[in-house]
Design a protein around this ligand. Structure first.
Ligand code: F6R
Length: 250
């Protein structure tokens, strides 16, 4: 695993967008799993600008969803679906046939998980998985204490996730469970990037990079990913030891 630190959120977002571009240029039919959430918002806007300026087409890529709030419809602005459509798929003009997101309204959530796992297997795995980190250390909706043996699954959301998640919604919304790719997908992805920005993420980043690797803090598992990169802005890296930044991970 490597750590890359950028001066500010803009520089970080530019680097994240550049990394996605590079990958798609070298593999135009890549399978991508890109997180929703506030952190990658600017990176996706910059990616759309770069792709237009560069005439890079994403039309052969396959996009798989990372996660979704169970029971929240895709046209609700707080859903991951809505976020990705608005900030990523729309601006990049991705054909709906290339997009595979969880249907979190289905009565057969387990079937939905198996469908996603089968699709990812058929695609030959995920070329790039880009995740943010929750205030409780989750990645996707892999909440603290989750098994690292799981592919897609349905999970009860931690209290922190239920509370922090309100920021995406217009009105108070009941968020009880999530459907998510698993840590097994994350660890098997050909490249994994964890992005974090701002001082409010500094402590969870410190714990993920300096405390023992454990599913009690799911983000920490990136330290076992051979092609894992943690991309931070200066603020998210403020409480890291110099030794950690230099790459001496415990
Ligand atoms: C979103 C997701 C979540 C977020 C995380 C950080 O698809 O999987 O794990 O990445 O909660 O969210 P932000 O970026 O809003 O701080």
């Amino acid at each position: 695993m490597e750590i890359e630190i950028f001066s500010d959120y803009h520089a970080l977002s530019q680097a994240v967008a550049g990394t996605i571009m590079q990958l798609v240029k070298s593999k135009p039919d890549a399978t991508l799993c890109l997180a929703a959430g506030d952190t990658p918002r600017l990176a996706y806007a910059l990616l759309a600008e770069m792709a237009a300026a560069d005439k890079t087409s994403f039309s052969k890529c396959t996009f798989v969803g990372l996660d979704e709030w169970v029971g929240i419809p895709p046209d609700n602005q707080g859903s991951c679906h809505f976020f990705l459509q608005t900030n990523l798929f729309g601006p990049l003009a991705i054909d709906p046939s290339r997009i595979h997101l969880f249907d979190s309204l289905t009565t057969d959530l387990d079937g939905e998980c198996r469908k996603m796992d089968t699709l990812i297997r058929k695609e030959g795995g995920i070329d790039l998985m880009l995740v943010g980190v929750g205030m409780n250390g989750h990645i996707g909706f892999n909440e603290p204490g989750v098994s690292d043996k799981l592919f897609s699954h349905v999970i009860a959301l931690d209290e922190t996730t239920q509370t922090v998640g309100q920021k995406y919604f217009d009105e108070s919304t009941t968020l009880k469970s999530g459907i998510t790719l698993g840590l097994k997908h994350f660890m098997e992805s050909k490249k994994a990037i964890l992005v974090a920005s701002g001082t409010r993420k500094a402590d969870v980043i410190r714990r993920a990079l300096e405390e023992p690797v454990s599913t009690a803090l799911p983000a920490s598992v990136i330290r076992k990913h051979e092609r894992g990169v943690v991309m931070l802005d200066h603020d998210a890296a403020t409480v890291l030891r110099q030794n950690t930044i230099r790459g001496n991970h415990p």
